[in-house]
Design a protein around this ligand. Sequence first.
Ligand code: PLP
Ligand code: COI
Length: 338
Amino acid sequence: MDNNLDWSALGFNYRKTDVNARYTFTEGKWSEMVITDDEYIKMHMSASCLHYGIELFEGLKAFRGVDGKVRLFRVRDNVERLRASAERLCLPVPTVEMVVDACIEVVKRNERHIPPYGSGASLYLRPIMFGTTAGLGVRPAKDALLIVYCSPVGAYFKEGIKPISVAIDREQDRAAPRGTGDVKVGGNYASSLLSGEHARKLGYSNVIYLDAAEHKYIEECGAANFFGIKEGKYITPKSNSVLPSITNKSLRQLARDMGLEVEDRKIPVEELATFEECGACGTAAIISPIGKIFDMQTNVVYDYGMKVGEKSLALYNKLQDIQHGRAEDKHGWCTIVL
Ligand code: PLP
Ligand code: COI
C-alpha cells in the first residue's frame, strides 16, 4: 500500500503504477503476455494508429471491498466491447481470455496501488489497442499492440455525486448515424473535444450530443450515457451511434430490480422538460446527476434543482454496494481477483 498517498484526494488522472501487460500481433499471430514496467512505446513514425486513427480503448474498475477482497466489475463485458471495437477497425481480435487474463494480472501485480475501502477511489484499468504497421496507404493494420495498464482514480467530475450542469451542442456532432459511435475508438473522443472545450469555457462540465442526422434526439452526455427518470420509469436513449455503456446496462437491471419500468427508446430533446431526475452514467462518471441543462443554440434551460434525485441516489448506492461487496452480487457481475 502506498502509505503516503491521500487516496480520497485523487482525481481522474494518470498515476504511475508498477507494471502493465502487453500482447503484440505480428505475422498473423499473437505473442504471449509480456509484463513490463516500461511506460513508453517505441513505434515507427509511419505507424497506422498515428495517421489513420486505428486505435481503440476500454475502461473498467477494480474495487477494494468492505471484506478486504478486490472485485473487478463486469470485465468480460468490457472485453466483448473491446473485441467489437477491434472488429470495426479491422484490427486483429484478441480472445476474451487473453484480455481478461491481462486485466486480472495487472490488478494482482499492482495491488499496492488499489485504493483502500472507504476512500471513494478505485483502480481504473485502461486496455488500449492500436495498429502499428508502418506504411502510407489507408488500409487495415497487419500489426497491433494491446496494452492493459491501470491507475488509481477518484471522481471523474470534481462534483462527485453532486449534480453537474451540462450544455447541449447542436453545432458539432460526436458520431454519425452509421459511423463509429457504438464502439470505443479514439476518433469519437477527438471529435468531441472542441464542443467540450466550448461548453467548459461557459462553465458547463460536459456536452449533451444530439443525433447527428436530425438534432432531435438525445444521444450521449460527454463520455457517458444519458438517463432520465419520470413516472416510475428509467428511460435511456436507443441509437446506433451511442456507446453501449456497461454501467447503463447495470443500472437498467438495478432499476428493474427496484420496480422501475425500463424504456430504451428515442428521447426527443423537448422531453427533457418532463423528467423528474436525469443523469450521466459510465465507469469513470459512475452516476453524475444532472442539475441543469443549457441549450447553447436555442438558449432554453432545463432546471432540475441542484439536489441529488432520490431514485438516482438509490441506483448509485445499489451499484456501489455490489462493487464494494456490501450487497449480494445477484447478477454475477464481479470477478474476485484478490
Ligand atoms: N459513452 C461514452 C462515449 C463513453 O466514453 C463511456 C465510457 O466508457 C460511456 C458511455 C460509459 O460506458 P461504460 O459504462 O461502459 O463505462
Ligand atoms: C470510462 O468511463 O471508462 C471512460 O472511458 C470515460 C473516459 C473517456 C474518461
